[in-house]
Ligand binder design. Structure first.
Ligand code: AMP
Length: 179
């Protein structure tokens, strides 16, 4: 059996789970890349897109070290979608990483500009710590480009205090509909 794609039988869960995925791009036609990515998420096995945020423009930011620092490259376009999926979290991550690769993404160095970045923010109420997957995403609460679009489609997932903590980060809403 191929391990290259999430197989429907091994990846299936009994109950569908609500999950949130952050999308970002700052190379090429970033808006088109995000719209294509949302359509591609719909084509993952056992997965439907339920809600999509508007499109946001943000300056590149490095939060990997726990501190905020400007990162190289053009401004990003960002959005967040809510999906319902019968994939387990690992199979979902496989699917997200395949979509990144299909978009032509390369990883020449940390924080390199990217044609598509897909992060799994939340997977139901699961807490996951494995070598390749941490959920909730460990840096989501440091990033306005995640919290603002997430609060737009799922206000119950973001507190006023969390939004306040990233209020100094510049973020501009470009439109109310991602596609
Ligand atoms: P990035 O370069 O920001 O796309 O990071 C990708 C790496 O983070 C991959 O090696 C993933 O296995 C890992 N990773 C850990 N947790 C997550 C998550 N919640 N969503 C996406 N990637 C994750």
């Amino acid at each position: 059996m191929s391990t290259d794609s999430p197989d429907e039988k091994t990846a299936a869960r009994r109950e569908p789970v609500t999950a949130y995925v952050a999308l970002g791009a700052n190379l090429g036609n970033a808006g088109a890349a995000l719209r294509r990515a949302v359509q591609a998420l719909e084509s993952l096995p056992l997965t439907q897109v339920r809600h999509r945020s508007g499109l946001y423009k943000t300056a590149p930011l490095d939060t990997d070290s726990g501190n905020e620092a400007p990162a190289p490259g053009a401004d990003y376009l960002n959005a967040v979608v809510e999906i319902e999926t019968g994939l387990n979290a690992c199979a979902l991550l496989d699917g997200l990483q395949q979509l990144e690769l299909q978009s032509g993404r390369e990883r020449p160095y940390r924080n390199a500009p990217r044609t598509l970045d897909l992060d799994l923010l939340l997977y139901g109420s699961a807490r996951i710590e494995s070598p390749r997957l941490s959920v909730p995403h460990p840096r989501m609460h440091q990033r306005a480009f995640v919290l603002v679009p997430l609060a737009e489609i799922a206000p119950q997932q973001v507190s006023a205090e969390q939004l306040q903590a990233v209020k100094h980060q510049a973020i501009e809403q470009l439109g109310s509909g991602l596609v």
